[in-house]
Design a protein around this ligand. Structure first.
Ligand code: ADP
Length: 395
């Protein structure tokens, strides 16, 4: 059988990110983005190798954008598209693995939507459009939460009244599971260890950030919770704050829940602390030029990350290595070095030459000699989604 092609789709409320993955190749055959859907400025961008192109699709919705994309995908795939893998943010307690999309799984994703009111309905829009356009293809949902369904109860429960969990699903779910699963497996492969017999701390640091403790291929704890707001400092999200902050701001400033939600999700994190940017690259440049807000934002980011990693170590019986991934984890030698500087009690120390070398997609070990392993491993969520889709094609 020749190598198969899978289209990976990630739908937001007004965008569709896509990648065409061939199982035998590391690079994407095609990748791109449809954005500003539902507006007069809707546009489809794609890239095949070095060639970039775009098409304006004024007023297009998800379905129209996908129908414009289809002939491009079929051309690049030589008419051989074998399945579609959809990223779905929240799988609740219903999904502990990827699932073929059918009436029952669609119903379950709809039922879970109250847990992810911004994300799941947008994911569903894309799924429904793709199922109408490609009824003959196997389509699969891959959930950000599924990998963390192996958390033990003492890690996933909040100390709030039991009925909130039993009746309303209030618990920690965790996100970025596809990335944590992919990079912990790659870390084992790169280290000559068995994924099923090795233990990792993973820091996924992109616009959203989370840590995860992975033992023998299973997630045992993670920093995000009921929603992706919990845990680390992120681009625009605050991460952990005192839960009484909501009540405090409502009482003292008269702020509504919506305003507090927006502040914590959109105006906080690196952006809020620095007063400058949510983008780590910009903050590193500003710090070089002596911007105090940028320095503070990076310091808080790294200290809080180190604290979270130390906390995650409670879940493990052994440590085979710490893994950095995501745009910041894969590129910022400064963040890696500052964070590891706070983790001396775990015995971690970096080789700064190796640390500086691992940027822009270069994977490798960056620890100093005779210290526990620290790895930089580029993530590839699209590839993991394609692999999960392929697995379900075979069943
Ligand atoms: P997303 O979560 O949207 O997929 P990414 O994983 O692409 O995001 O990560 C985006 C973050 O990575 C941004 O904060 C960006 O500044 C940071 N980043 C990318 N390249 C570098 C770099 N060379 N140095 C420092 N930070 C970088």
């Amino acid at each position: 059988m020749s190598a198969r092609n899978i289209l990976v789709i990630n739908c937001g409320s007004s965008s569709i990110k896509f990648a065409l993955v061939n199982e035998a190749r590391d690079d994407f055959l095609l990748s791109g983005l449809a954005e500003r859907l539902g507006s007069p400025e809707a546009v489809l961008h794609w890239q095949q190798g070095e060639v970039r192109d775009s098409l304006v699709i004024p007023g297009a919705d998800h379905r129209l954008a996908l129908s414009q994309l289809l002939p491009i995908v079929q051309r690049v795939a030589g008419g051989e598209l074998h399945g579609i893998g959809h990223r779905v943010v929240h799988g609740g307690e219903h999904f502990n693995a990827a699932s073929r999309l059918d009436d029952a799984s669609l119903r379950a994703i709809r039922q879970i939507a109250p847990l992810a009111p911004l994300h799941n309905p947008a994911n569903l829009q894309g799924i429904e459009a793709a199922m109408k356009l490609f009824p003959e293809l196997v389509q699969v949902a891959v959930f950000d939460t599924a990998f963390h369904q192996s958390l033990p109860e003492h890690a996933y429960r909040y100390a709030v009244p039991d009925a909130l969990y039993r009746e309303h699903g209030v618990r920690r779910y965790g996100f970025h599971g596809t990335s944590h699963r992919y990079v912990s497996r790659r870390a084992a492969e790169l280290s000559g260890l068995q994924p099923g017999a090795s233990s990792w701390l993973v820091a996924h640091l992109g616009n959203g950030c989370s840590t995860c403790a992975v033992e023998n291929g299973r997630s045992l704890d993670t920093s995000m919770g009921l929603t992706p707001l919990e845990g680390l400092v992120m681009g625009t999200r605050s991460g952990d704050v005192d839960p009484n902050l909501h009540g405090h701001l409502a009482r003292v400033l008269g702020w509504s829940l919506e305003r507090i939600d927006a502040m914590l999700n959109k105006d906080s994190g690196l952006l809020g602390l620095s007063g400058l940017s949510n983008d780590m690259r910009s903050l590193e440049q500003a710090r070089e030029q002596g911007h105090p807000g940028a320095s503070l934002a990076i310091e808080v980011f790294c200290y809080r990350l180190a604290k979270s990693l130390a906390a995650m170590s409670c879940a493990l019986r052994r440590l085979d290595g710490l893994v950095f991934t995501g745009g910041i984890g894969e590129n910022s030698a400064l963040v890696r070095s500052t964070t590891i500087g706070h983790l001396r009690l775990l015995g971690l120390q970096l080789d700064e030459t190796a640390n500086a070398r691992c940027v822009r997609g270069v994977a490798g070990a960056i620890q100093a000699a005779d210290h526990p392993r620290v790895l930089v491993v580029p993530t590839n969520e699209e590839r993991q989604i394609a692999l999960d889709t392929l697995t379900l094609l075979d069943i």
